[in-house]
Design a protein around this ligand. Sequence first.
Ligand code: NAG
Ligand code: NAG
Ligand code: NAG
Ligand code: NAG
Ligand code: CA
Ligand code: CA
Length: 395
Amino acid sequence: MTTTPSLKATKHSNTTTAAPGFLPSLLDRIPLPRWAIYAIFAAGLLLILICLICCCVKCCCTGKKKKKKMPDETINMKGISGSTTAALVQPDAVDLEYGGSNQQRGKLQYSLEFNASRSELSVGIKEAAALQAMDSGGTSDPYVKIYILPSKSKTFETKVFRKTLNPVFNETFRYPIPQKELIESTLVMQVYDFNRFSKHDIIGEIRLNLSTVDWNHVIEEWRDLSEASKHEQEHLGEICFSLRYVPTSSKLTVIILEAKNLKKMDHGGSSDPYVKVQLILDQKKWKKKRTSVKKRTLNPYFNESFTFEVSFEQIQKVQLVISVWDHDKMSRNDAIGKIFLGCMATGNQLRHWADMLSNPRKPVAQWHTLLSAEQVDSTLALKHTLKIPFTNKIL
Ligand SMILES: *[C@@H]1O[C@H](CO)[C@@H](O)[C@H](O)[C@H]1NC(C)=O
Ligand SMILES: *[C@@H]1O[C@H](CO)[C@@H](O)[C@H](O)[C@H]1NC(C)=O
Ligand SMILES: *[C@@H]1O[C@H](CO)[C@@H](O)[C@H](O)[C@H]1NC(C)=O
Ligand SMILES: *[C@@H]1O[C@H](CO)[C@@H](O)[C@H](O)[C@H]1NC(C)=O
Ligand SMILES: [Ca+2]
Ligand SMILES: [Ca+2]
């Protein structure tokens, strides 16, 4: 222990004595004692050493940080682009706080254009972002329903996007409407969450007073979804049925399973429902069958099966119309609600039809929300009248 300082001291003295004449003469001219100069020199070296160490440590640390950060960033990017929603689903502390403090429904980007010479309104449903999660997995299966009030005659639906909160719909719908009527109308765009085995949940909606829109320009904008107004949604009920198509035997089988929450049509606060299954081919009523009547219930269970002969060529053109009616002994039967399926259908109805076609021989069951009979009839009529301009556009 005691030997080491003496050794150091001798080494020091050796180096100083061995130094050439120039350095000592320089040191002599500095008005400080030698030991002080050495101390300053040593301190300088130490400072440089500390700086070097610091730099090394900093480099290593930021390197590690960068490596750690990279995956985070890629996850965030994926979440934003919407290709993987898993990142958004992770119950992050920040997300939970955000969701809890204000109920974010999300926002929708749409476009509006009115062609006065054609008397045609084009509604573009572009995309939605940061939609509220409605399913247990922390996602939704969004689609958009579009209609115009007060006529409420034509309802369009976009395709359903599975398990995403940022769907890119990119669909355009055209309404033939005179300008006079247009400026007295309200456009309603509602975002729903699709559920195969239960009622579809509304995420939010946008109502646009079309009298306040500047029609000289094409409008394209984002807007936050607001809560759907309950009073105006006429609830007609839901129906569940399964579809099965066997191409080899040309057999289309429709099983009417059940309906629920049907609208009350009778004075007693109930209805006597039955279901009509109808096929339309080349705009003509082609085939028709119906279930038995279930007395005084709003949630009837049918489980009745109907089979039709439909060739593979006909299945591409046929339209299946399912309607629920209230039976009345004393007066005319009233339609409660209606929907149609086929290659010209949209939204959930088209999805069900496509599922049936892509799963030959397998029964595919799905719930559907009933629409008003007038609405469906006019949509069917509209499809026919618009068929020619649509094909022209594609060509
Ligand atoms: C409106 O439609 C007509 C007829 O199809 C077309 O010639 C015209 O370019 C359209 N106008 C606008 C502003 O898109
Ligand atoms: C949206 O549709 C248009 C026309 O079909 C197409 O040109 C465009 O690439 C689509 N955009 C996206 C983001 O899919
Ligand atoms: C739409 O806006 C106009 C002008 O602000 C107003 O007179 C009209 O009542 C509004 N219509 C609806 C349905 O809110
Ligand atoms: C529905 O009908 C089918 C065929 O008639 C029968 O096999 C099935 O058990 C019925 N299901 C229920 C739940 O009643
Ligand atoms: Ca869902
Ligand atoms: Ca009745």
